[in-house]
Design a protein around this ligand. Structure first.
Ligand code: ZN
Length: 447
């Protein structure tokens, strides 16, 4: 693979062990990996990316999303509802999705993420109407070129059994486990340079049985893949757990094998001190979704307490039906602001928010050995931000400025050393054509 030299960055935010920020540094990329970082690098024959005026960061990592929801943004009946009411509004619309809608929606969501600095995203797909498969999203992500952790979600308790989703959107539990095995065998790549990984992800404790939660954990350990679900999202969620299971969500998770370094839970807004301690000592990860938590009025996740206790925390935008944007650098800002609302202005620095958005996310997804920081030997997932943009003009500290003011759109983005965004434009897909395809698909869903 060709060599690329990112030359003369104003600042390289390495996120290495010493959290060094290098002025005037260059980065040499060979074979999809970082070969060298430092001042005055030269590489005859290399493609050169001029980083003058740019802050260069590790690619941002999105640890929680439902990309299929990108075609259901700002749906009137769901705009002002709490979580459970919101879901009941959207289920009938999602039941009309076809595989093509899954593909378009995935690309729309990932394109938006890429433009906001994201190089690696997980996705939680838990409903499969009209022949849709996890495969549809994996192929869509490959076309765009982002690193993709697809999770095989599932729901098995429909309305007739006291669950929330309509019966038409739930699956038989044996069929779910069979398909989990199929997609892991077909797509999961355990290698350090993996572009595609698969995890197992029953939607939430209130949409599958205790048995499926337990069996998914056993299967994941057998296959060597990770586990993901929603946990302790809001007060309704805690009340449901206490009423149905007789315990808090943390205890339920622990009893069924859902703690450990190979597990990450979305939201965790309502974790109490004992659950935070449980997550810290079991190395269980958290996908913090600040805008979604605000949008659904769920509360402020105790990220400060989690970080102080040693819990692995990454950032997630969550599905576009509950955000409704897919601006990952914007989530870093929102994370910082929310922790300040809860704990004071010195509770979360811009640099710590950026760390959670990069290294934190890589750690939550089990990729910290090869991603999340800019160091020789690591994979070349890199975001370049042009601080000469209007949004950052007037700033005194370019690194803090990125989170405190902007810009929110990258100048260049590289994944595995390949350019996905160049001069602010997607190059693997055409942005306007993609938006038009999404607009047409949405019109069909509205009809
Ligand atoms: Zn979610």
């Amino acid at each position: 693979m060709a060599k690329i030299l990112i030359r003369n960055a104003d600042r390289v935010v390495t996120m290495d062990g010493a959290r060094r920020e290098l002025a005037g540094a260059s980065i040499l990329i060979e074979g999809g990996a970082i070969a060298a970082i430092g001042p005055g690098l030269t590489a005859p024959g290399a493609e050169v990316i001029d980083a003058t005026g740019c802050v260069v960061t590790p690619g941002l990592v999105n640890t929680h999303h439902h990309l299929y929801q990108s075609l259901t943004r700002a749906v009137p009946g769901g705009q002002d509802a709490l979580l459970f009411g919101w879901l009941k509004t959207l289920y009938p619309i999602w039941a009309r999705y076809r595989p093509e809608d899954m593909r378009i929606s995935t690309q729309l969501g990932l394109a938006e993420l890429a433009l906001s600095g994201c190089t690696m995203s997980s996705d939680h797909l838990y409903l499969y109407p009209n022949g849709s498969r996890l495969d549809d999203t994996i192929h869509a992500a490959r076309e765009l070129g982002l690193r993709f952790h697809a999770t095989r979600g599932a729901m098995s308790i429909g309305e007739s059994k006291g669950g929330l989703p309509p019966d038409s959107l739930v699956e038989d539990e044996a069929a779910i486990l069979d398909d989990c095995i199929r997609v892991v065998d077909a797509f999961h790549d355990p290698s350090p340079q993996a572009m595609t990984r698969v995890a197992l992800a029953p939607c939430s404790p209130f949409s599958v049985s205790r048995e499926l939660m337990r069996d998914a954990a056993l299967l994941a350990r057998d296959k060597g893949v990770m586990l993901h679900t929603h946990l302790a999202e809001n007060d309704e969620d805690i009340a449901y757990s206490l009423a149905q299971f007789g315990c808090r969500p943390g205890q339920y998770a622990e009893e069924l094998g859902w703690t450990g370094a190979d597990v990450w839970h979305a939201h965790c807004v309502k974790l109490d001190a004992a659950e935070i301690s449980l997550f810290a000592h079991t190395r269980t990860g958290v996908a913090h979704c600040p805008c979604s938590n605000c949008r659904l009025g769920s509360g402020i996740a105790p990220v400060r307490a989690m970080r102080d206790a040693g819990v692995k925390v990454g950032l997630g935008v969550d599905g576009s039906a509950s955000n409704d944007a897919g601006d990952l650098i914007g989530e870093a800002r929102q994370l910082m602001l929310l922790q300040r609302v809860a704990n004071g202005a010195d509770a979360m620095s811009a640099r710590e928010a950026l760390e959670i958005a990069t290294l934190g996310g890589a750690s939550v997804l089990g990729r910290a050995a090869e991603l999340g920081s800019l160091e020789p030997g690591k994979r070349a997932d890199i975001a370049l931000w042009d601080l000469r943009a209007l949004q950052a003009a007037g700033s005194w500290d370019p690194v803090a400025a990125l989170v405190l003011c902007g810009p929110h759109r990258v100048r260049h983005l590289l994944v595995e050393g390949r350019q996905i965004v160049r001069d602010g434009q997607l190059i693997t897909l055409e942005e306007r054509a993609l938006a038009e395809r999404a607009r047409r698909a949405t019109a069909r869903l509205m009809a």
